[in-house]
Design a protein around this ligand. Structure first.
Ligand code: ADP
Ligand code: GLC
Length: 502
């Protein structure tokens, strides 16, 4: 059966290619978003499979090895890899999504995904992910399973559309269409031109690939140029990235490809993020019995080294410590919002984060100075859930936010978000309106230190002056839903459009 036959009669074959997927490998929301989407597509009846690298920290013992080897011709040589097969855990429906893990020890058997924690990025990242992208095609050939859709996520998978267009146009993939989701345009996979040889593309076609970027090469740019359809992870951000202010140097190209670009908001995996059943929480709660939220606040305060006070609100962050997330505006020595909030407002703050060592150091300094700041530097999945559950407010003063999952989790957990007016935050949070007693969050108009302070003080003031209004807001927040089924359905429409354009 040709691959397009399956596309016409309903079920699609979809191969996701990605550097992260929960619960195997996660550095941020990408891992959550991709796994949730796989579950959503599977529930709609599609044959969706996922290709990931087999990083050093992924346990092989529960995986099944496919017959060896998988040869991947790239950069003038053939690399001999192995592939393991496992399933994506799904707490609600059973495990039905196949995951392939590409094993090539020299590239992937390392302590981190993109870098060893606290160190700069691995300098062979472009080669590592070029291998993953090229292997996607070899694997499908070996499995005799040719997907209708190759769905690549972010710069690590951005060579999939490039290879599909330049190397596979006349192969068994000639009917396959490549979709690229841009989760974070701030990371583009930019590297020196001399790395071009290792990507395995004929020199004569480099111009066409779109990879050239001044004196460098840019993997995301190549992917945007060659993809049959482009997505970013919220409608608002789809508009923003076509402007010079938010396009990170790719806005002109995105404007040129605007007819192929769509914003589809991420959905939530309700089997993982639901305070009524969350296995990572010691107590559960819902809209009709929110009582345990107060107990979880106390547990969180104790874990974060904060006094177990009930007379002040607890404001929290769980974040990559990155410029994107507003940490300059929070931490700046002269003007930062955080010291001012900690000194002036009757509030406690809990921060769980890891990333840029400069921010780690500055936050450590602030937590020594201010007993109302609880800080844990590190990456802890369990604690991230407890923070969402135990806090009163969740702060996201992002400079840009393509979608943001944390504010969705916060809403679901009745933790009122205070967010920048940007990207997916605009599409997912309803602004509090005291006159109509509506809305479920506070907005920071622009994430300057002053505006961050102002939004936090509005929230803190309401908590102290009108607890009933906060309760009603919390209740509205907990009723919000971001169904993965809707996200998956929007992707299916886009896939079908891409296929019908052939
Ligand atoms: P981004 O993908 O830009 O980091 P999102 O809001 O989309 O932002 O997703 C962040 C995800 O990463 C959430 O699931 C959040 O819980 C998780 N996360 C971020 N930092 C940490 C940390 N230090 N410990 C545990 N989880 C974290
Ligand atoms: C990125 C973005 C974030 C988004 C996530 C998942 O890392 O920064 O806004 O929610 O990807 O799509």
């Amino acid at each position: 059966m040709s691959s397009n036959a399956s596309a016409d009669d309903g079920a699609l074959r979809i191969l996701m290619v990605c550097s992260e997927a929960m619960p195997f490998a996660k550095a941020g929301g990408l891992g959550d978003a991709v796994s949730a989407l796989c579950h959503g597509l599977r529930q709609l009846g599609h044959d969706v499979r996922l290709l990931l690298p087999r990083y050093g920290f992924i346990d092989l013992t529960t995986l099944e090895e496919l017959p060896r080897p998988l040869g991947v011709p790239i950069g003038g040589q053939e690399l001999w890899t192995a592939v393991y097969r496992g399933m994506l855990p799904d707490g609600l429906h059973g495990d039905t999504v196949t995951v392939y893990f590409l094993d090539y020890r020299q590239f992937f058997d390392r302590a981190g995904i993109y870098n060893t924690p606290g160190q700069p990025e691995y300098d062979d990242n472009p080669r590592r992910y070029a291998l993953l992208c090229r292997a996607a095609f070899q694997l499908c050939r070996k499995l005799h399973w040719i997907p209708d859709i190759l769905h690549a996520h972010d710069w690590p998978a951005a060579l999939v559309p490039v290879y599909n267009r330049l190397l596979e146009a006349h192969s068994e993939f000639s009917f396959s269409r490549a979709v690229l989701s841009i989760h974070n345009i701030g990371y583009q996979g930019i590297t020196a031109r001399r790395q071009l040889d290792s990507l395995g593309l004929p020199a004569a076609r480099i111009e066409e690939s779109g990879l050239l970027f001044g004196e460098a090469i840019n993997l995301l740019k190549g992917g945007i140029t060659c993809a049959d359809a482009l997505v970013t992870v919220s409608p608002q951000h789809a508009i923003e990235i076509t402007s010079p202010e938010h396009g990170f140097g790719l806005d002109a190209l995105l404007r040129a490809r605007q007819s192929r670009l769509e914003g589809i908001i991420n959905g939530m995996d309700e089997s993982v993020w639901d305070p009524r059943i969350d296995p990572l929480l010691p107590h559960h709660y819902g809209t009709d019995d929110p009582g345990n939220k107060a107990r979880l606040k106390r547990t969180l305060q104790l874990e974060m080294g904060l006094a177990p006070r009930t007379d002040v609100p607890l404001l929290a962050m769980v974040s990559r410590l990155a410029t994107q997330k507003g940490f300059h505006e929070l931490c700046d020595h002269q003007r930062g919002a955080l010291p001012r909030i900690l000194e002036v407002l009757p509030v406690q703050i809990a921060i769980l984060g890891s990333g840029d060592p400069r921010f780690e150091q500055r936050l450590r300094e602030l937590s020594r100075l201010h007993p109302n700041l609880g800080l844990i530097v590190g990456y802890q999945e369990r604690l991230a859930h407890l923070v969402q559950a135990g806090a009163d407010f969740f702060l996201m003063p992002s400079r840009y936010e393509p979608c943001g999952l944390n504010q969705m989790y916060a809403l679901r957990y009745g933790t009122i978000p205070i967010v920048s007016r940007t990207g997916g935050l605009v599409d997912s949070v309803d602004e509090f309106d005291p006159l109509n007693d509506s809305g479920d969050g506070f907005f920071i108009d622009t994430p300057t230190p002053w505006m961050i302070f102002d939004a936090v003080s509005r929230a803190v003031r309401l908590w102290h002056s009108d607890p009933e209004a906060v309760k009603r807001m919390r209740c509205r927040a907990m009723q919000r839903r971001f169904p993965i089924a809707d996200t998956a359905a929007a992707y299916v429409n886009l896939y079908r459009r891409a296929l019908s354009d052939r």
